[in-house]
Design a protein around this ligand. Structure first.
Ligand code: FAD
Length: 346
């Protein structure tokens, strides 16, 4: 029998939600990570791998298994032989610190992903993206341990199943342990071409222009702070998992049924992406909506926040209310972006 550790997982998540785990271990090297996870798999014991805890909702009664905290660091930079560099990064490195280093060393392509919380091992999971960039654009390969085949597998970027906030790693929960991510960067102190209108306006630039990466980072951080999207212990609007819903991708017939002024962005496969924030607002859920400690952020309609002693039950109740309201008004189903742990469902 294993004793429950007193530390509530809430202390390890940005939503500050979640009860204790049966067992909580921190791993500092790959051998320890593999030993923990394979040991649990052999015993048939559930495992939750946790990085920065910024994209999970954990039940109030905790996790009935072992939680493994990834604290493995290390970055190796190599010449890529084509005038650029590759960086092979351990899963426990802090993502934003890595972005800062990439910019300092003249690597372009992740500057718009500044300020996203969490660790490097999680960025391929949902192909993190913001302000016109997706991490998939800079990933060369992802090295994994496949828990169902019990062997290491390295996926080239094209085999990772990357899409909008998804990947093969997210699609097959509990199968792939991410052991390392190799990025490939073009060099230069100017950013990749700006592809996001709000960011271009902030920089007083045009779409497609390339500016000093450090200026782009600053502009992204300012925009993000204005929306409560940079972690700040003093700002309850940041006590969230980021955007709670993804932007729905609709077939053209569904998209035609939306009001004329609904945002519509074409997707490569002929479908149309619309704005979850727009749908939520138009369905009557304004910023700050909610009557308890669980509320919509007062700065951003897409973030569900825990402003004190809320519970996961209350958070999911609010998420369901919004989801039903949007479905009733627009016939569009919203999907959650964070991972719902331990059997939680919307
Ligand atoms: C304020 C705020 C702003 C945010 N803004 C953005 C944004 O702009 N864009 C965006 O895409 N996301 C955003 N997010 C979501 C989140 O920060 C990212 O998804 C981040 O990559 C999660 O990293 P993490 O280390 O915290 O992952 P965790 O929350 O610890 O884990 C997330 C999932 O990945 C799994 N996982 C973690 N590490 C590994 C590993 N090594 N191997 C296998 N599985 C693993 C976990 O089991 C879990 O299922 C935001 C979140 C917050 C709180």
């Amino acid at each position: 029998m294993v004793d429950r550790i007193a530390t509530p997982l809430a202390e390890l998540t940005t939503l500050r939600l979640g009860g204790p785990a049966n067992r909580l271990v921190e791993v500092h090297d790959e051998a320890a990570l593999l030993a923990e996870v394979t040991g649990c798999d052999e015993r048939g014991e559930p495992v939750l791998v946790l990085g920065g805890g910024s994209n999970v909702v954990i039940p109030d009664d905790g996790f009935d298994g072992t939680v493994v905290l990834i604290r493995i660091d290390g970055i190796r930079v190599d010449d890529d032989g084509c005038g650029g560099v590759t960086a092979t990064v351990a899963p426990g490195e802090d993502w934003d610190a890595f972005v800062v280093r990439a910019i300092d060393e003249g690597c372009r392509g992740v500057e718009c992903l500044s300020g996203i919380p969490g660790l490097v091992g999680a960025v391929p999971m949902q192909n993190v993206g913001a302000y016109g960039q997706e991490v998939a654009d800079c990933i060369a390969s992802v090295r994994t341990y496949d828990r169902s085949q019990r062997r290491q597998v390295t996926y080239a970027a094209g085999d990772c199943g990357f899409g909008y906030r998804t990947s093969r790693f997210k699609q097959e929960p509990d199968r792939h342990l991410i052991l390392g991510v190799t990025f490939q960067f073009a060099l230069g102190d100017r950013s990749a071409p700006i592809g996001y209108a709000e960011l271009a306006r902030r920089l007083d630039a045009t779409i497609g222009s390339q500016l000093p990466s450090i200026e782009v980072r600053q502009a992204v951080l300012e925009l993000r702070r204005g929306k409560g999207m940079v972690l700040d212990p003093a700002d309850h609007d940041t006590w969230s998992a980021g955007s709670f819903f993804t932007n729905p991708i609709l077939d053209p017939v569904e998209a035609d049924r939306l009001p004329a002024d609904a945002p519509r962005w074409p997707v490569d496969d002929g479908r149309v992406k619309t704005s979850a924030a727009w749908l939520i607002e138009r369905a009557g859920y304004h910023r700050g909506y909610g009557d308890g400690t669980i509320r919509l952020s007062s700065k951003h309609t897409l973030a569900l926040t825990n402003r004190g002693d809320g519970t996961a039950v209350e958070l999911l109740a609010l998420a369901r209310e919004i989801r039903h309201g949007v479905a009733a008004k627009f016939g569009v189903q919203l999907d959650n972006e964070p991972v719902l742990v331990g059997g939680l469902e919307l």
